[in-house]
Design a protein around this ligand. Structure first.
Ligand code: PEP
Ligand code: MN
Length: 366
């Protein structure tokens, strides 16, 4: 074979490669269209019966010189890459995804429109301990124009011998405080069967970090209309967090807020590591309000203020922090709660730094 003939063959091989490239991409476009239809109808992307049929067709049509098994192997690679292409479409179709819903979701909590662009504070004791304790905190918050009161009635504690919370009595105290001070009350529910009753007491149901993947609980709160505050799991990736949120939204509840609360790392200087970049990532990836809990992430009173500044500066819709009238005797998290004086300094500093500037208004009298 002359050099000239060899060059000609090489040129026609290049042409065939170009043809194949074009065909593979045209095929990919069809695959994407099928993917769109499937994600809209909720059909599974992988269809083994269809794949078997396509492989059989290759066997029927093959005239060589390649062995059928070789071609089927090559086509399986194309099928695999196609499935991955459809995977992107599935991601786009998540109900919590900003691709699905470009506008910010605003969650109305008793008139406080979380996610409306104004930055807010959610505060209150770690645990509800007594009416007197909750009322003291509620009054202090209200005086500073903070209308979002948190407090744990069911406490998921690492040790079964630690204070477990007051249960329904705690919910009753919170409700009373909410009514008395005209505040929205937020508390964690840990059991699916408690959700129905909690709806009567609470303005927001919190799903705690330890329950982020309690799928039955997520489905249960997703079936209500109550605003839900979902915390990131201790070792949950952002993708797992987003999918947990999808559990709630897929049941029809769109009143959903996400809360970064620190993740487990090798660092021991803080209780957890506040994953500050999760805030803008979650805001980009989802349309939901994103909060940052500076208490459980840092576990250190001296870090509450700098962490809150960072969270607000990076775009959190609200900051959560724990406040107790007398943290030294608190039944949980005594090392990291602020007392009322510290809370007043905390909120004044944030406002002086032009953070929380429009979200809340000082009300010095009730
Ligand atoms: C809480 O907010 O009371 C709490 C227990 O937080 P987390 O679930 O983030 O640990
Ligand atoms: Mn706590």
């Amino acid at each position: 074979m002359s050099n000239e003939e060899l060059e000609q063959l090489r040129a026609s091989l290049d042409e065939k490669n170009k043809d194949l490239l074009k065909l593979i991409n045209e095929r990919a476009e069809i695959v994407q269209k099928i993917g769109n239809v499937k994600s809209k109808s909720g059909t599974k992307r992988y269809d083994p019966v269809r794949e078997r049929r396509m492989l059989d067709l290759i066997a029927d049509e093959n005239e060589g010189p390649f062995e059928t098994s070789t071609l089927q192997h090559l086509f399986k690679q194309i099928f695999k890459a196609s499935l991955e292409l459809m995977g992107d479409d599935e991601q786009k179709a998540l109900l919590v995804s900003r691709k699905k819903h470009p506008d910010n979701t605003v969650v109305d909590v008793k008139g406080e429109k979380i996610g409306d662009g104004l930055q807010r504070l959610i505060a209150g004791p770690c645990s509800v301990e007594s009416e007197e304790q909750v009322f003291a905190v509620a009054e202090a918050l209200k005086k500073r124009g903070v209308n979002l009161l948190r407090g744990g009635a069911y406490k998921p504690r690492s040790s079964p011998y630690d204070f477990q919370g007051l249960g329904v009595e705690g919910l009753e105290i919170l409700k009373k405080a909410g009514d008395r001070y005209d505040m929205a009350v937020i508390s964690e529910i840990v059991t699916p069967t408690d959700v129905e009753k909690a709806v009567d007491y609470l303005d927001v149901i919190q799903i705690g970090a330890r329950n982020m993947q309690n799928f039955e609980l997520l489905k249960e709160v997703g079936s209500t209309k109550k605003p839900i505050l979902l915390k990131r799991g201790l070792s949950a990736s952002i993708s797992e967090f987003i999918h947990a949120a999808e559990y709630v939204m897929s049941r029809g509840n769109t009143n959903l807020m996400l809360c970064e609360r620190g993740i487990r790392t090798y660092e021991t200087a803080t209780r957890n590591t506040l994953d500050i970049s999760a805030v803008p990532i979650l805001k980009q990836e989802t349309h939901l309000p994103v909060l940052a809990d500076v208490t459980h992430s840092t576990g250190r009173r001296d870090l509450l203020l700098p962490a809150a500044k960072a969270a607000l500066a990076i775009g959190a819709d609200a900051v959560m922090a724990e406040v107790h009238p007398d943290p030294a005797v608190a039944l949980s998290d005594s090392a990291q709660q602020m007392d009322i004086e510290q809370f007043n300094t905390f909120i004044s500093t944030l406002r002086d730094a032009q953070l929380l500037k429009d979200g809340v208004e000082d009300k010095t009298t009730l």
